[in-house]
Design a protein around this ligand. Structure first.
Ligand SMILES: [Zn+2]
Ligand SMILES: [Zn+2]
Length: 130
């Protein structure tokens, strides 16, 4: 599946050449702070699968192993980038047409707020997926 997305103001344009249609929700506290709720993430994609118009992209080093990208103009939360594997995890909400995608997995459910539940039957991991 090919996916095209953008931030709220449109300065950041993202094209993913081929994406796996599985969506993972991350409930960790850093994702909650960065996204204002859980991160609803597309499956990881390699750097060479992504075409970016990203002159407004700003980065925040959220840990020793990852950085998080956001738009310098409109502030949209864009992605998590894992430095060791060179993988992007994009916020699904940036991509308007993900009709083939399915929510299959939730991670860091130990940090899931008590008011929030998804109806899908998912594989649930208290921390990272194993
Ligand atoms: Zn923007
Ligand atoms: Zn997270």
């Amino acid at each position: 599946m090919k996916a095209k997305g953008s931030c709220l103001c449109g300065k950041i344009q993202i094209t993913i050449k081929e994406i796996d249609a599985h969506i993972t929700v991350c409930h960790c506290q850093m994702c909650q702070k960065f996204h204002g709720g859980p991160m609803i993430a597309l499956a990881p994609c390699r750097r060479d699968q992504v075409v970016f118009e990203d002159e407004q992209m700003r980065w925040y080093a959220s840990s020793a192993w990852a950085q998080r990208g956001f738009c310098g103009q409109c502030g949209s939360s864009i992605c998590y980038f894992a430095k060791e594997t060179n993988h992007y995890y994009f916020a699904a909400g940036l991509f308007p047409d993900l009709s083939e995608a399915k929510l299959t997995e939730e991670i860091f459910t130990k940090d899931q707020p008590s008011y929030l539940h998804f109806a899908e039957q998912t594989i649930r991991w208290p921390g990272l997926a194993e």
